[in-house]
Write a protein that binds this ligand. Structure first.
Ligand code: FAD
Length: 600
């Protein structure tokens, strides 16, 4: 075999890997490439440079240049910032993979476990400008030529996973599919510090990964989150039922002409929704349409119209029962989605045939978005028999997105960077409480981030939070406030205590002392003028039934609360709603629970 033949073969094998269109296909092409080129992917610290040396044709040069540019950022310290750190990432969704890439660039040994072996989600993610920039920097166009061409700002979940999987593999991340994380296994007592550290129980239990021990574990397994120790906060909004639908895209000229509907601008188009209701009986609060691999629609539907159109059979108060399988008429749901899609695109899509989902069924789904969950904290540290373990959450496990607004990927990647920053601090030997406090300080910003308030200088984006958040105060949470997140093996329970009422009332009195009460009172009265059932005469009892708080929020952002539907009697409910919305949308920590406020 001559040198030229070898180069040509390497190039061909690499192109096969780059073009692979499934998860399994990618892993297979990668293993063939490594075998034929005599590359050892387990040699994670040298793998990327060996691969570059082996595949050096002009076709891949541009990719290497891009990846080198990222890898040479000073924050990674030449791939040595976290040289001896071993990380387990649970979940190969976009956020798990994006985190894995940063950890690999820092020089960590990274293992990703993913319980499935297919990437099958047709649904489409809205990308913020910074995520587009970020993905381009990782060579997105090389892996997916159509990536964000022109003014396109979205990508199907499966396509995104696929490209991130490829980048991860190139950077020496070890990936195992069909492996499910079950729980953490504590280091054994007998051998103490010299023995094995933290490990994971996985399914299948015979998998060699159950012997892998690690210093960092990242929970990126989606909204469920299997890792223990993270309390969940619920943000309860008004009833919100979302429907997603995917139709086959045949890529004809007629299809290409149809205008997309980007959600943000559309929420306010009242005329459209009125006409839709009059013509079809379908009543929506918003609708988004993206032309991607499929024609993808996500819409928020009003309950009454779902009942009227026979999609939901019986009306129940509990949303779970309302949307349970046996209370939904699938045929009617398909018609509802198709009719809305047809109207929304002005009847211009020639044939609305449903794409097929993972289960071989028409790809339509209905979800309840009334409650969204966020983790109470972003990270914790466990210590047992001399072994410390950093446990962190990213993506949907950390903060659930509201799909129609497309925050999942955008906030998900921000958290991936923040998490990598914490791992770097940890590897540098900074004190546990200090890095936990810093992590929580940064986490407080996450639910408030928008395309407008994050830094516009995408070129500078790095894992250092200061490059991304303009108003960063990374010490707003103090180390003594996160002591409960350092879980020493001596404690028998691994539940993390929630902040109790003492802390909350301490907060309240501090806040009160910071503002001028007279001026505040006048401002509140002005803002709430004309609201039913609201009459503010003081800063105490006037607020008990929660209507005043809801009115204040409604005055600023009418789309957040359906004020007319509030019941004056439901004092706890009104207060809780206001607190949840304020926390989710404005980042204001609640001073009490709804029930406590109602009790006076
Ligand atoms: P996910 O993408 O959910 O990835 C989690 C991964 O972890 C999955 O691959 C899962 O198989 C794996 N996993 C779970 N448990 C384990 C375990 N115990 N061990 C190993 N692996 C595990 N967002 C939108 O903006 N628009 C949409 O239309 C939309 N549709 C969605 C439809 C579905 C069915 C789901 C689940 C999510 C959808 N989302 C949508 C949310 C969006 O996919 C996420 O915000 C985004 O993918 C980032 O999520 P992630 O990586 O944190 O988690």
């Amino acid at each position: 075999e001559t040198e030229d033949e070898r180069t040509a073969q390497a190039s061909m094998l690499f192109e096969n890997f780059v073009q692979a269109s499934t998860c399994k296909g990618t892993l297979q092409a990668f293993s063939i490439l490594c075998r034929q080129m005599d590359l050892d992917p387990l040699d994670y610290s040298t793998f990327y440079s060996s691969l570059k040396a082996a595949v050096s044709t002009w076709k891949v040069k541009a990719l290497w240049t891009k990846l080198d540019k990222r890898a040479q950022h000073k924050v990674y310290n030449q791939n040595k910032a976290c040289q001896d750190t071993r990380c387990l990432v649970i979940g190969g969704g976009p956020c798990g993979l994006r985190t894995a890439i940063e950890l690999a660039l820092l020089g960590c040994k990274v293992v990703v476990i993913e319980k499935r072996d297919t990437f099958s989600r047709n649904n489409v993610l809205h990308l913020w400008p910074y995520t587009i920039h970020d993905l381009r920097g990782l060579g997105a166009k090389k892996f997916y030529g159509k990536f964000c061409a022109g003014s396109i700002d979205h990508i199907s979940i499966r396509q995104l996973q696929l490209m991130l999987l490829k980048v991860s593999l190139i950077l020496g991340v070890e990936i195992h599919v069909n492996v499910e994380f079950v729980k953490l296994v504590e280091p054994p007592a007998e051998q103490a510090e010299d023995g094995p550290g933290w490990r994971a129980e996985v399914r299948p239990s015979s998998h060699p990964l159950s012997d892998f021990d690690f210093d960092v574990v990242i929970g990126a397994d989606g909204r469920k989150n299997t890792l223990e120790g993270f309390g969940r906060k619920e943000f309860r909004g008004k009833l919100a039922i979302a429907i997603t639908a995917n139709f086959v895209n045949r890529n004809t000229t007629a299809e290409a002409k149809v205008e997309e509907i980007s959600g943000v601008a559309f929420i306010f188009n009242q005329k459209f929704f009125l006409e839709l209701r009059e013509e079809t009986g379908i009543d929506l609060e918003n609708i988004v349409y993206y032309r991607d691999h499929t024609h993808y629609f996500v819409m928020t539907a009003k309950k009454q119209s779902l009942l009227d159109k026979g999609v939901i059979i019986n009306d129940y108060i509990e949303t779970e029962r309302l949307l349970s399988l046996d209370n939904v008429n699938q045929e009617a749901l398909l018609s509802y989605a198709r009719e809305a899609a047809d109207f929304g695109t002005n009847y211009q899509l020639p044939s609305l045939d449903f794409a097929i989902n993972h289960y071989g069924q028409p790809d339509v789904a209905m979800f309840d978005f009334t409650s969204m969950y966020a983790s109470e904290n972003a990270a914790l540290i466990r210590k047992k028999h001399g072994h410390q373990l950093l446990v962190a959450l990213v993506g949907d496990s950390l903060l659930e997105p509201f799909w129609p607004m497309g925050t999942g990927c955008a906030r998900g990647f921000l958290a991936a960077f923040d998490c990598a920053w914490m791992v770097r601090g940890w590897a540098q030997g900074r004190s546990p409480l200090e890095i936990l406090a810093e992590r929580e300080s940064i986490y407080r910003l996450l639910p408030q981030t928008t395309t407008e308030n994050i830094s516009k200088n995408f070129e500078q984006y790095a894992i250092d939070p200061a490059t991304r958040y303009p108003n960063l105060n990374s010490s707003c949470v103090r180390p003594h406030q996160v002591r409960h997140l350092f879980i020493d093996g001596q404690q028998d329970s691994c539940r993390v205590e929630r902040g109790g009422p003492t802390r909350r009332s301490a907060n309240l009195s501090k806040r009160e002392s910071e503002v001028h009460p007279g001026r505040l009172l006048t401002w509140c009265q002005k803002q709430t003028q004309g609201y039913r059932g609201v009459n503010i005469t003081d800063l105490t009892s006037s607020w008990r039934n929660g209507l005043a708080l809801c009115a204040l929020i409604h005055r600023q952002r009418p789309e957040l609360i359906d004020f007319d539907s509030l019941n004056e009697e439901d004092m706890a409910g009104n207060n809780q709603l206001a607190f949840d919305v304020a926390e989710r949308e404005f980042g204001i920590q609640p001073v009490a629970r709804g029930k406590e406020m109602a009790a006076g």
